[in-house]
Design a binder for this molecule. Sequence first.
Ligand SMILES: CC(C)(COP(=O)(O)OP(=O)(O)OC[C@H]1O[C@@H](n2cnc3c(N)ncnc32)[C@H](O)[C@@H]1OP(=O)(O)O)[C@@H](O)C(=O)NCCC(=O)NCCS
Length: 197
Amino acid sequence: MISDHGIPGVVPAGSMADRSQPVLVLPGGLELRPWRTDDADADALLAGGQEPAIRQWNLFSVGSRDEARARIERMHERWRAETGAVWAIARPGGPPLGLAGLHAVDLAGGSADIMYWLLPESRGGGIVVQAARRLGRWALDELGLHRLRLCHAVANPASCRVAEKAGYAYEGTMRSSLLHADGWHDEHLHALVAGSD
Ligand SMILES: CC(C)(COP(=O)(O)OP(=O)(O)OC[C@H]1O[C@@H](n2cnc3c(N)ncnc32)[C@H](O)[C@@H]1OP(=O)(O)O)[C@@H](O)C(=O)NCCC(=O)NCCS
């Protein structure tokens, strides 16, 4: 595909929609796998959407199991539309411990944003650093994107540490850039860029 500026698209259309969402193996007996519409996954998404820190920092809330199921269906639609790619972090055969994925996917422009959260009982073990590294490899090396943005509120230092440890370099502070429940927050912009260390 050629853009209006005569520059070819970075990743060809169909690179996601023409295949099923892969399972990505993580260290420590975990994996990133597509969300399912069964009760276990809907309940895990509901638990995440009710947890105060996830509601605060991910601006994510879910009110019922039915709403959770509808959100999982929308994840699958966004994969087919090539605008999002969202995985559950889980042990094989087990329920989700958290979520990691990409939103604002722009195949032609070669970029996306990464997002993540863990349910409280699974925090503290470095799981999301592993997930962010694996997603970075998938997005840049396997899918072919050029740049992956990671934004977090400056008031959320755990997410900053995840970004740094996973290799998403700090690029700057976006002033008053996101409205949370308690008002406007500054955000750090980090990014993983193809071909740079
Ligand atoms: C942020 C989050 C995903 C990290 O989960 P995790 O993978 O369990 O991360 P860990 O707790 O193992 O911490 C990762 C690193 O951050 C550090 N860290 C954790 N809390 C911290 C804090 N409050 N201040 C500074 N560093 C902190 C840890 O020490 C660790 O670094 P280390 O390995 O060098 O010691 C998880 O806490 C979470 O889901 N929080 C609520 C929602 C959220 O913040 N989402 C992100 C929105 S951008």
